[in-house]
Ligand binder design. Structure first.
Ligand code: MRU
Length: 330
């Protein structure tokens, strides 16, 4: 089967093509991106989303800036302002900084970043597969579409299924943006993995009936003590899993750890328009004008985590020590 990728770079034309994730699963349409400003807009409007995928896209946004003769400083500013929570975006832009004014260097670095995403996710998938079995539940979308690689949490699920360890996946729909229903279900179906879609509010019922053997999610930003931000709804799942004694894992590349943050308190949480709650793909589901609140992420304290799955292996408590060892000397 053809590999599913959220983007491709046409070097000849100098165009970065983004698979428009707003239109999935109905339509597989690619959107051309030619400038850093267009890339920042595409990231903000969720044409491409998922922490590692927006990191790689931002890096190529800087390549586009060089190709189009845009001021690197301004391109960097626009890209940094696109979305606040996933640290991968800022990590990617920090990596591109030494190549400001150097087209070839910026292209080499963006390609290297993309390759590293693939390599680290292969390792995450293999380590993660070892701790999963039976029926697992996941939230949001953490597969190839979210990363440009193999996927983090979903990469581990796909690998565990290949190895015969996981037999069924519960997919939370992930209100309000429906990344689970639209994207994870799409990826699992393409991969031929037995899976069932549930609304987010059904998770506790299934856990209470013993139908969930592990929960695994991705990460947008993790602090040095293991507290982390991920898609809204993750915290509720962590509390539920804890209550039911079900293992709860977060899977991430170590580049998603923010070494400046000791705890999760400092992680900025993006607030998106209330219309994304009052409307489902343009259709109103609430009275006109009714106020709605939309924090796009939540913060999960490390004490609810059973293990942290990284490219260096599965880390267990105490997470502050384990993360410092895995990150190595700063
Ligand atoms: O708002 P999104 O769709 O960008 O949020 C994505 C998530 O929360 C993912 O779980 C996270 O980025 C990890 S992706 C491997």
């Amino acid at each position: 089967m053809e590999r599913l990728l959220p983007f491709r770079f046409d070097e000849g034309e100098g165009v970065f093509w983004l698979l428009d994730q707003r239109r999935l699963p109905q339509e597989e349409a690619f959107l051309p991106v030619r400038t850093a400003g267009e890339m920042a807009k595409a990231i903000r409007e969720m044409v491409v989303r998922g922490a590692p995928a927006i990191g790689v896209s931002a890096a190529f946004g800087m390549v586009l800036a060089h190709l189009r003769g845009e001021e690197p400083e301004e391109a960097d500013r626009l890209l940094r302002g696109s979305r606040p929570t996933a640290v991968n975006l800022f990590h990617a832009l920090d990596r591109m900084r030494p190549y400001w004014g150097d087209l070839e260097g910026s292209l080499r670095e963006a390609r290297a970043l993309w390759r590293e995403v693939e390599e680290t996710e292969r390792a995450i998938s293999l380590h993660g597969a070892r701790v999963l079995r039976g029926q697992v539940l996941t939230h949001c979308n953490t597969g190839p579409l979210a990363t440009g690689g193999y996927g983090t949490a979903l990469g581990a699920i796909l690998e565990a299924h290949r190895q015969g360890r996981v037999r069924h996946v519960w997919v939370g729909e992930t209100r309000p943006y429906l990344q689970g229903a639209r994207l994870t279900a799409f990826e699992l179906q393409r991969a031929g993995v037995p899976a069932t879609l549930i609304t987010d509010s059904m998770a506790g019922f299934l856990m209470g009936r013993g139908q969930v053997e592990a929960v695994i999610v991705g990460v947008d930003r993790m602090a040095l003590n293991g507290d982390f931000a991920n898609k809204i709804g993750t915290y509720a799942l962590a509390v539920l899993a804890h209550h039911h004694g079900i293992p709860f894992y977060a899977a991430l590349p170590l580049s998603s750890v923010d070494p400046r943050l000791e705890t999760g308190e400092g992680i900025p949480v993006e607030e998106r328009p209330g219309e994304e709650v009052t409307h489902l793909r343009g259709l109103p589901v609430a009275p006109p004008g009714f106020p709605a609140y939309h924090p796009a992420f939540d913060l999960t304290p490390h004490r609810f985590l059973t293990g942290i799955i990284t490219e260096k292996g599965v880390l267990y408590p105490p997470f502050d020590e384990a993360l410092r060892d895995a990150l190595g000397p700063s």
